[in-house]
Design a protein around this ligand. Structure first.
Ligand SMILES: [Zn+2]
Length: 425
């Protein structure tokens, strides 16, 4: 018997309820022969970069330390909100906090055993690099590819990739032929840009969005067929297909900086006393004086706003998987509305306006919060002894890493997640 391997395909943003025979024939077929986790949840904030770190570490943001798609960092001149998607963000994080992620990734854990992980990603540089920010395995991305030691590697195949279906298809071809067939690493991860990319730029359930969903389904099929050609019995290669979060339809945009300034709680839109980190349908707020009175004043102000769903402060942060001892002291998830968009897709939610992004998002998809549809990623696991059946116990992104490590016969303790049961009891 050959050594065990694991293959993960992430269809970014694909909501569990948008898996249908018309749009995703492969995933519907797979759900018949795989373990399907029907109550699978994302993390908070339900953003791609925090999710990538949670899939990689088996831990929630409280422990891995990447608190969303944006984070306020103090690099010596006060708190400034930064995009974690930017290629230079891991270095900024290292300067501000002394490290990147605070717990080991799958890539690092594999290296302890002399094994290698290979990740191909067509998402933001941040989401790609936070799977392995310190360079234990290979990460291939258009913004730059790295090998062990975080040494740059020439990778013309990734350099030309653009987000969207054409780029996803080209990445899938390469992933199957070169990574899975030739290099055969112990862990191979492929992260598609769709249907997230189109979902952010068109209405959920629109013809464009459904075409993107169908394209992601075809890419997942190609990987699965390659995997099962290499290992027809399913005893060696564990196959995991899933998404990182779902989406809600954007109802309106809230300028939280302006609201805080007009309420007398923030000196100026770009002041550093309280700094808003917009995360789509959620926001995290950082304070120059984390123990100061302003924290509670801001929380009280937010609790009275009609666009706010829930405010988290103190121990309530811990309950949603966020730290309680950093400059980030308040988090909010915005108030969703349970109604269908013009294409029959449920769920509206406001977003917090990101000053760094002027594009209108109204009527398109977004995520970041705790809304029922954005907290509805899908997860299916086939091979590696997993018995085909629907599972109704709640599961989370953080259960993926320990499940992979158990299959690879490696330690998988000291994580927030647990290895998922192969057999229904
Ligand atoms: Zn995502």
């Amino acid at each position: 018997m050959n050594r065990p391997r694991a293959v993960i395909v992430i269809c970014d943003s694909l909501r569990g309820d948008l898996i249908t025979p018309a749009d995703t024939p492969f995933l519907v077929e797979l759900s018949e022969r795989a373990a399907r986790f029907a109550a699978h949840r994302s993390v908070f904030p339900s953003t791609t970069r925090a999710s990538a770190a949670s899939i990689a570490t088996g831990c929630r943001p409280a422990r891995h330390g990447l608190l969303g798609n944006t984070m306020a960092l103090d690099e010596g001149e006060g708190l400034v909100c930064r995009s974690a998607g930017h290629p230079d963000f891991p270095d900024r994080m290292r300067r501000a906090t002394g490290r990147t992620l605070q717990v080991p990734t799958l890539a690092e854990r594999l290296r302890w055993h002399g094994e290698i992980s290979v990740s191909c990603a067509n998402v933001s540089p941040g989401a790609a690099y936070f799977q392995d920010p310190d360079g234990h395995g290979f990460v291939y991305h258009a913004a730059g590819s790295y090998g062990p030691g975080r040494l740059p590697v020439e990778d013309p195949a990734s350099a030309v990739l653009k987000k969207g279906l054409a780029g996803d298809r080209a990445m899938t071809e390469r992933f199957c032929a070169e990574i899975l067939e030739e290099r055969a690493p112990a862990l191979a991860i492929m992260w598609l840009s769709e249907p997230d990319y189109t979902g952010h730029h068109s209405p959920l359930g629109s013809p464009e969005h459904r075409t993107a969903i169908a394209g992601a389904d075809q890419c997942a099929r190609q990987v699965f067929e390659t995997v099962r050609r290499l290992d027809p019995s399913g005893s060696e290669i564990l196959f995991i297909a899933g998404s990182d979060h779902g989406m809600e339809t954007v109802a309106r945009a809230v300028d939280l900086d302006a609201l805080l300034v007009s309420a007398g709680l923030k000196r100026a839109p770009d002041s550093r006393d309280v700094v808003v980190a917009p995360n789509g349908t959620a926001a995290t707020l950082y304070f120059a004086e984390p123990e100061g009175a302003l924290v509670k004043q801001v929380a009280r102000f937010l609790e009275a706003e009609d666009w706010v769903g829930e405010v988290f402060i103190g121990d309530r942060l811990r309950a949603v998987g966020l730290p309680t001892d950093t400059a980030m002291r308040v988090a909010v998830t915005l108030a969703g509305e349970d109604k269908a968009n013009p294409h029959g897709v449920e769920g509206y939610c406001p977003i917090v306006q990101d000053p760094a992004d002027n594009e209108s998002k109204i009527g398109f998809g977004q995520h970041g919060g705790l809304g029922p549809n954005e907290q509805r990623p899908f997860l299916m696991i086939e091979g590696g002894g997993f018995v085909a059946s629907p599972r109704h116990q709640p599961t989370s992104l953080v259960d993926i890493a320990p499940t992979v490590l158990r299959h690879l016969h490696m330690d998988h303790d000291d994580m927030d997640g647990s290895a998922l049961a192969r057999i229904v009891r």
